[in-house]
Design a protein. Structure first.
Length: 185
């Protein structure tokens, strides 16, 4: 090979190994854009996903009674029970359905099934006070029910309801108003 041919061959060889970035200025632009472009794309995607049509402040739509009510609605609700009125308290059936049926309707955790006289028989023989104490404070695998969504009186009503469906003949518990109960102690 002659010298010119060798020189031309070296130029072709060098061009094959060079990239599109030839100057330091081009390198700085490429590095800068490699950070900026993905950030812009992420911001655009996030804003398109979270955007919804919102009325502008002061518009008739934003000041509509329904829109105002939605913005100022309470976060939670409180229910106040009259602890001096047996009629306002939950019935034994309601407490059973709300709290006791999860285990006693299916026999979960060895709970005596609702209406099963054979399972309830030995428990009924222990007496109503023992059953109510076990329900309120817990026994074995059963967790305490006292201090929950229902008062001790309401839990006692549920115990009577379940035991009577299992063969007992317990009377409905006698209601003691909260003020009288605390004065007696």
């Amino acid at each position: 090979m002659s010298g010119t041919q060798q020189h031309a061959h070296d130029d072709d060889h060098d061009e094959a190994h060079t990239g599109p970035i030839k100057t330091p200025k081009q390198l700085m632009w490429a590095v800068g854009l490699s950070f900026v472009v993905p950030v812009i794309v992420i911001i655009m995607l996030a804003s398109s996903v979270t955007s919804e049509i919102k009325p502008s402040a002061g518009s008739d739509e934003a000041l509509a009674a329904k829109a105002v009510a939605a913005r100022i609605k309470p976060v939670g609700m409180a229910e106040v029970k009259d602890m001096n009125d047996a009629a306002s308290m939950a019935t034994g059936e309601k407490v059973f359905q709300a709290q006791c049926s999860a285990c006693h309707a299916t026999g979960l955790l060895d709970a005596p099934k609702f209406g099963d006289a054979a399972a309830w028989g030995p428990r009924i023989k222990e007496g109503l006070d023992t059953l109510v104490h076990s329900a309120i404070h817990g026994k074995g695998k059963m967790t305490p029910q006292g201090g929950g969504d229902f008062s001790d009186f309401e839990v006692a009503r549920a115990v009577v309801y379940m035991a009577n469906k299992g063969g007992a003949k317990f009377d409905e518990p006698v209601f003691k108003p909260a003020a009288a109960a605390s004065a007696a102690n």
